[in-house]
Design a protein around this ligand. Structure first.
Ligand code: NAD
Length: 253
């Protein structure tokens, strides 16, 4: 299947994890890629897949503006870049009365402000074209409180969900669709913590009916389906992909 042949596709956070897998899958389906990351690894990814690499800090609106000046047309944008790297409420320094304002702002500036800038620029191009699809990587931590994840991460992802719904409402009349995937725990580099302690992995697994963490490819199939030209009436949705963890949460509630 080559759903993206001839389509221009942009992926943020393409240097690692879910973004890198999005890039790989879109390339396999014929897309022309703009791959965006703050990290130099995106050059390797782009060289391997045949896309154009852009080094850009999505948290810097001027850098995002200048990035999009180099994107003439855009059929699909996977707005995926995100960070955590801040202690959760269960860890030292992560309680609400301990968290530093700098840590709070750092996560919001990438996960929320960075998404806003990229969504704004994508929408600008897509409104002009009167077509396009935006797929945002939200999180199940944007749908309910999550003690194992930091305050600013949870808050930013709740805001992301609101932004996706509001933008879908406006842009549907311009032929532009906006959806989100909301993954549960996926094995990536997020947080920059390296291999996680076995006890932490086991604690998460206990809350996943599928009894395993996701791999990037477990969530990217859904993202590609949402972006694909054949999904013309899918917009405004927050699509959970979490090995059943949300069902378990509902049962316990
Ligand atoms: P990852 O760390 O492997 O990849 C994130 C990528 O984003 C990295 O390449 C990083 O360099 C890039 N990035 C970070 N800050 C940036 C910035 N300011 N500008 C541009 N690029 C930047 O992590 P991942 O898990 O693949 O994360 C991708 C998305 O998935 C994030 O939005 C994250 O919140 C979301 N998510 C992850 C999980 C999970 O468990 N891994 C669960 C739910 C949602």
């Amino acid at each position: 299947m080559e759903r993206f042949t001839g389509q221009v596709v942009l992926v943020t956070g393409a240097g690692s994890g879910i973004g890198r897998e999005l890039a790989r899958s879109c390339a396999a389906e014929g897309a022309q890629l703009h791959l965006v990351d703050i990290d130099e690894t995106v050059h390797e990814v782009a060289a391997g897949l045949g896309g154009v690499a852009h080094i850009c800090d999505v948290g810097d609106p001027a850098a995002v503006r200048s990035l999009f000046e180099r994107v003439e047309s855009l059929d699909a944008a996977f707005l995926n870049a995100g960070i955590n790297g801040v202690p959760s409420m269960l860890q030292d320094g992560g309680a609400v009365d301990e968290l530093s304002f700098d840590a709070w702002r750092r996560v919001l500036s990438v996960n929320l402000d960075g998404l806003f800038s990229c969504l704004q620029e994508s929408a600008h191009i897509m409104k002009r074209q009167q077509h396009g699809s935006i797929v945002v990587t939200a999180s199940t931590a944007g749908l309910r409180p999550e003690p194992r994840v930091s305050y600013p991460y949870v808050v930013s992802k709740h805001a992301v969900v609101g932004l996706v719904k509001q933008a879908a409402l406006e842009l549907a009349g311009h032929g532009v669709r906006v959806n989100a995937i909301a993954p549960g725990p996926v094995v990536t580099n997020i947080g920059g913590t390296g291999p996680r302690p076995q006890a932490a992995v086991a604690a998460w697994e206990d809350s996943i009916p599928a009894r395993r963490w996701g791999q990037p490819s477990d969530v990217t199939d859904l993202a590609l389906l949402l972006a694909a030209p054949g999904s013309g009436w899918l917009t405004g949705g927050i699509h959970v992909v979490d090995g059943g963890a949300s069902v378990l949460t509902q049962v316990l509630a």
